[in-house]
Design a protein around this ligand. Sequence first.
Ligand code: NAD
Length: 505
Amino acid sequence: MTATQTEQFTVQPFTVRRSSGSPDIAGVLPPAGHFINGSFVPGSTGLLIDVVDPTTEAVIASVQAGTADDVDVAVAAAVVAQKTWGATTPKERADVLNLIANIIEENREAFQVIESANTGKPQAVSEDDVSSTIDTFRFMAGASRTLTSMAGGDYATDHTSVILREPVGVVGVITPWNYPLLMAAWKIAPILAAGNSIVIKPSEQTPLSTLKLVEVLAGRIPDGILNVVTGRGRTVGQRLSEHPDIALVALTGSVVSGQAVAETAAKSVKRVHLELGGKAPVVVFPDADLRAAAAGVRNAGFWNAGQDCGAACRVLVHESVAEEFTEHLIREVSTLAIGAPDAGDDVEIGPMISLPHYERVKESLAEARAAGLNIALGGSALEGPGYFIEPTVISNVPAGAHIATHEIFGPVVTVETFSSTEEAVTRANESPYGLSASVWTRDSSLSLRIPKQLDFGTVWVNAHLVLACEVPWGGFKGSGYGRDLSLYALDDYSRTKHVMINHGA
Ligand code: NAD
């Protein structure tokens, strides 16, 4: 690779910073069994799944390849535990959630090491994930004590109505590999807060932080309220979706997995909560602060190496400022530091999660090249070991190009142009996904009007990928339904019951 000369600055070739030694995770690895009713237990078959460090390509652990029988044992424990847990007061549950937050805080270092080793995340991303995980438990502890429902009253003569809010029962949870601990927390915290018990299946690629969580919680929270069965989607995930004693199944993952879960769950008329893929448009109007927009895309398009369902990956910029914006963007992205998690605090981009995913991202880049698109920066894989891809900017992308509509889930940002506000809105909405979008403008009228016209569950103005526990996260259209975070998640994981008392003579 050679340096690329643009009109005003020189782009240095991307290289991967390596650490001096391999990360020492042996001392912090959790046990490899399933976690059922407060203890680690072996799987029913003894078959194992290898867990790979995507930075080194080395196998760092093996976990149980769970079966439907393993799920059944875990669900039976969860059914029993839920009866007691569901009868506790909000204060008692809040105390347990605060305790969970404190225990994670006490073990912060171990969680960060495990998460970075299993996903290749830079330290800064793992630190942020663990901090957000702690905050999620603390928020849900407080929020659970504020839950109310419609006031009771007399709506029929001589009859008084009371509205009760109840847990749904046992909830099956299926999580993805991109934020293994944080996505687990987004489910576990509100589900427990609402009085349910859980059987969770982490991604078969990244089970270690979820197993670590239950290892450090064992004996300190009631047995059976939080059970883990490791394994694959088509076995463990499938059984969670069909099990008659599971009242609701919540999945964060791809559209295809969401469809499979919803289809299976329909047979037992199970409630379903789906957080699926995204392809977030970033709409840059001509009056925007272009430097700020480019810096925003540098952060939000490449955070977690772009393996983020809300990643700022599809820029739509007004044609009058496209050239200037793209120049700022290339300058910004060209400074990203790539490397192993322990190669320095300033590393910003790690590898793709796995060999198959790395191959998929490379295929998307090859397809863009074959279609004659302008790869303005990056565009290639980096030398191994590890599944590293160069931060990539593809500019002058024509309307409707495949690269700008399908989820790549890697460090790749595309830039398209528009010529009118109406076209910007239409094109942004021309997506099978509806998770998140951003609008960049200094015009106060546009900043109110455009978000209302965009079909996405979150719309930022002059920001992207800023999250807070108080506000809901979730999508429209192909991005699924149900809300994570906020009081809306507590709503999703509880049910209302109407009790009507006849007190007439
Ligand atoms: P994935 O769908 O491959 O896997 C997610 C989970 O579903 C895994 O635990 C997997 O084992 C399980 N699974 C797969 N097939 C299943 C089936 N048939 N039945 C039951 N479970 C099954 O997704 P991934 O590759 O781990 O994660 C990336 C995807 O997740 C991306 O599409 C991304 O956009 C999405 N995601 C969405 C959000 C959000 O909040 N909307 C957050 C993170 C990731």
